[in-house]
Design a protein around this ligand. Structure first.
Ligand code: MLT
Length: 240
């Protein structure tokens, strides 16, 4: 009998999102991978979040895809345990640390979250989504519900983790597994340029740009993202 082997794929969400961000990937990729979603809500450093994902990983080796903050954690996993990652996908993320302005903005968001968290989420979403998607009631409703259910304490912990992250640019040259870099063309938080510099630094990598798409590509353009992830997964060689 012929048994088909699929890789395990761990999906890592971004700020104030969870498995619901990846619902279209969980449904659309179930025939090409065993999917699980990492929990990035519990720690306030990128190092501890990465260690937690590794500790809870469903298998010794896996493919790893992270969106935005999930990408920051994925890069840290590459530092902590590169031998465990069969293939890496970095979506709408960056290898750079925060600029002084970004740090100031994070601090302001942390302060506002303590008194008016719903406003923080509304303002965040207006930057995250492509303008065309701000009228998508289903999508905006899902993201709002997700962020509110995760709550302000999770938001603050995640902001602290991201603020303390190190510069990953010098590390990129040490990544050798098949790597997909994917970016919404209109991503206003981690723009195209920071993805182009990651592709230039990672030898075995390719760039996919998704049109009519902001920062939350997995939810904004799921069909296009699933196509790119399916192609990327097909490059993985599994040992039997
Ligand atoms: C995210 O979507 O995870 C965050 O907006 C990324 C960031 O703030 O750097």
């Amino acid at each position: 009998m012929l048994t088909i082997q699929y890789p395990h794929l761990i999906l890592l969400p971004g700020l104030s999102t969870d498995f619901r961000l990846w619902q279209h990937q969980a449904a659309g990729l179930e025939e090409v991978a065993h999917i699980s979603v990492g929990d990035l809500t519990k720690a306030d450093t990128i190092e501890a979040l990465a260690a937690d994902v590794l500790h809870n990983a469903p298998s010794e080796q896996f493919a790893l895809a992270g969106l935005s903050m999930g990408g920051y954690v994925a890069l840290e996993i590459m530092r902590q345990a590169p031998q465990r990652v069969l293939a890496l996908a970095l979506l709408d993320t960056s290898a750079r640390p925060d600029t002084p302005t970004a740090l100031k903005n994070r601090q302001a968001a942390i302060e506002l979250a303590q008194t008016d968290f719903p406003r923080v989420i509304t303002e965040l979403m207006s930057k995250q989504l492509h303008p065309d998607h701000l009228d998508d009631e289903l999508l905006v409703g899902l993201l709002t519900e997700m962020a509110l259910s995760l709550g302000s304490k999770t938001f603050i912990r995640q902001q602290q983790a991201m603020a303390g992250r190190i510069d990953s640019l010098p590390f990129l040259q040490h990544i050798h597994c098949p790597t997909l870099i994917l970016c919404g063309r209109e991503d206003a938080i981690t723009p195209l340029g920071v993805h182009q510099e990651m592709v230039a630094a990672i030898a075995n990598s390719g760039l996919v740009i998704v049109d009519n798409c902001g920062h939350l590509s997995a939810a904004e353009q799921p069909t296009r993202v699933n196509e790119a992830l399916t192609h990327w997964l097909s490059n993985i060689e599994l040992k039997s």
